[in-house]
Design a protein around this ligand. Structure first.
Ligand SMILES: C[S@@+](CC[C@H](N)C(=O)[O-])C[C@H]1O[C@@H](n2cnc3c(N)ncnc32)[C@H](O)[C@@H]1O
Length: 248
């Protein structure tokens, strides 16, 4: 299905991806050294994506990342699990990811149209995760991914994603504005204005999507059939929360 925001989303990510795929995908920190970026990625993986999962439980898993960017997390995940699949909407970014993961035989990459992955069979994945992707998208696109995650997960499979949470967003926005943390202050202000289902694209930055209350997330995920829904604040000052749920 084609959602109205997707043509703009694809165009914007192609623009930023062609300019500098690493900058586009790694939190906009163009000046960060490769060492710092690698440290950040490991921290996100260990303290966010895998924070409560044992190495034994991950080792036999087939894993899917929605919005995999240049594959910084996929590469780390490939060392820990059996099969790792990355999907991203941007051709330039997926090409960079191919270059970076060519040597990893258990990594597969696909470009998609931005809301689903029909090429992945139902009930074939153990763990679906997504980091800093849904915060760039409209609500209907995110909901489509919730449904797709449910479809591809096996019974007992886990879905974990990062999203902008409303209460944290407000608190962090005020903090950011108070401390005038340069671009974060601006992003915080824009996000505070986004109480409706929308995506705005601000040149030269990437698209900014909507935020969610925990109540809304719980209700939407429950309706789809997910259980064991839990929330955890992200450490970064961006209003992000980790949401985890399970398909029974
Ligand atoms: C900020 S980057 C994060 C990349 C990766 N998760 C990481 O942490 O390194 C966002 C990525 O999501 C992709 N993306 C944005 N919207 C998407 C959508 N609707 N479907 C698939 N990919 C999307 C972009 O092309 C970009 O590579």
């Amino acid at each position: 299905m084609e959602f109205s925001s997707l043509p703009r989303i694809r165009k914007k990510w192609e623009q930023v991806g062609k300019k500098n795929p690493v900058f586009a995908t790694a939190g906009g920190r163009a000046s960060a050294s490769p060492k710092k970026l690698a440290e950040d990625s490991l921290q996100i993986l260990e303290n966010g994506i895998l924070f409560d999962m044992s190495p034994e439980s991950i080792s036999s898993m087939t894993v899917l990342e929605i919005g995999c960017g240049v594959g910084r997390l996929l590469g780390l995940m490939s060392e820990r699990s059996t099969r790792v699949i990355g999907v991203d909407v941007c051709n330039a970014i997926i090409q960079e990811a191919q270059k970076r993961t060519n040597h990893l035989p258990n990594v597969e990459l696909y470009q998609n149209l931005g809301s689903n992955f029909p090429f992945i069979p139902s009930r074939s994945i153990d763990f679906v995760y997504s980091y800093r992707v849904f915060n760039h998208n409209a609500g209907d696109v995110v909901l489509s991914y919730f449904n797709e995650a449910f479809r591809v997960l096996r019974s007992g499979g886990i879905f974990r994603f990062h999203v902008t949470g409303t209460s944290r967003m407000l608190r962090d926005s005020v903090n950011n504005l108070f401390h005038m943390k340069s671009r974060l202050a601006f992003v915080g202000f824009v996000q505070a204005c986004l109480w409706f289902d929308s995506v705005i694209v601000i040149f030269p930055m990437v698209p900014i999507g909507r935020s969610y209350t925990k109540k809304e997330l719980r209700s939407r995920l429950t309706k789809i059939g997910f259980t064991d829904i839990g929330f955890r604040d992200c450490e970064r000052l961006d209003g992000g929360i980790w949401v985890t749920c399970r398909k029974i």
